[in-house]
Write a protein that binds this ligand. Structure first.
Ligand SMILES: CC(C)(COP(=O)(O)OP(=O)(O)OC[C@H]1O[C@@H](n2cnc3c(N)ncnc32)[C@H](O)[C@@H]1OP(=O)(O)O)[C@@H](O)C(=O)NCCC(=O)NCCS
Length: 136
């Protein structure tokens, strides 16, 4: 049975997921600090097995970021990613009670834009916004 639970995964669990979707692993201490500073962590379990994840980071009232939406390959294309996004967006509705103009960003991986378009996210650049930028 698939369950969606607010829960902070361990660094090993997080690395298992990132590795499963091809993003590799990070040092446990780095992952632990990142997860500790996360506003909201959503884990997806099939019975006791962690099979998906998504999180919200940010300042809670002005800017939020959706990060690390992951569903391990055997469970992809079963609408689990959709449910993760719906859950995170309903959490964002709660933050919106403090500031209805809160802005939520995300960085789509190449080719994944259409997955996020379904939830109302728009691509940059457009008429009003410049391109998103990143510093490595
Ligand atoms: C992207 C990802 C989270 C989607 O989760 P999922 O559970 O497989 O997707 P869903 O079954 O909920 O699909 C929902 C819709 O998005 C579409 N979709 C699924 N994967 C997609 C992809 N990689 N690119 C574009 N559209 C995609 C589906 O066709 C489906 O469309 P429909 O509603 O018209 O049927 C998942 O494939 C994944 O973890 N990929 C590897 C990690 C990754 O790239 N994460 C995103 C980082 S930006």
């Amino acid at each position: 049975m698939i369950k969606y639970i607010e829960h902070t995964p361990s660094a090993d669990e997080f690395n298992y997921l990132t590795n499963s979707v091809g993003w590799g692993c990070r040092k446990n201490s780095i992952v632990e600090e990142a997860l500790r500073n996360t506003l909201y962590s959503l884990c997806v379990f099939d019975d006791n097995k962690l099979i998906g994840y998504g999180r919200i980071i940010g300042d809670k009232t002005i800017f939020l970021y959706i990060q690390d939406i992951m569903v391990i390959p055997p469970y992809q294309n079963k609408h689990i990613g959709t449910k993760i996004m719906e859950n995170l967006l309903s959490k964002i509705e709660i933050y919106k009670k403090i500031n209805p103009n809160i802005r939520t960003y995300l960085g789509a991986s190449k080719g994944k834009e259409s997955f996020y378009n379904k939830f109302g996210f728009i691509s940059r650049p457009n008429e009003d916004l410049g391109p998103g930028m990143v510093l490595y």
